[in-house]
Write a protein of this length. Sequence first.
Length: 237
Amino acid sequence: MADQAPLALVPAAELAARASKPWPNEPPGYRAAREALLAEEIELRRRIARVAAQRRALPPGGLVSDRYLFEDGEGRRVPIAGLFGPHDTLVVYAWMFGPERERPCPMCTNLVGPLAANAADIGQKAALAILGRSPVARQQAFARERGWRNLHFYQPVGDAFARDYRILAPDGSEWAALLVFTRRGEEVRLSWAGEMGLETADPGQDPRGAPDLAPLWNILDLTPAGREADWYPSLDY
């Protein structure tokens, strides 16, 4: 069957005009500004959809060696294929919680919390693994402290995987990493990995990917103050 032509989209400004309705006691000028912003929000939604489609269309990435081993919560050492469970897709979030850290990175902790809340839902479609360079028991103890459930923690055996997949920097410092792998039979390949960081950051902004995965930043982006470049979440309040 021939490919269907993409559906023609109604211009964003026209959709915004249709949907725009005043709220109680709006002052002069608010509605026009809000309608213009609504058109931009519609365009942003469409761009996010286009980027997601382009991401899905990536060709298969590089083969992942089965010599990388990961220790699970039962003390077993398994190759990366053992992290997939029944799925053919694996999402890995490597958080900055190496053995040299007294406590994990607050920014990583802020993201892992929402992942824990959604882990059961994600687990219906893909395997989700949280990877830390600290022993699994140490990661699990922190998870219990936070009230996290449904997360599967792993520790890479040695630092080869961490170095090769940009979790461990050449100077020995840690990076957070988000990686997606696929499995076809016995073959595991990298599908996509975040590549936005210090080199891609815009002036005056913290390095971050797009879109942001952490609800914290998306909520703050809705507020008049926005996200402040010099503010970070805490582990304790």
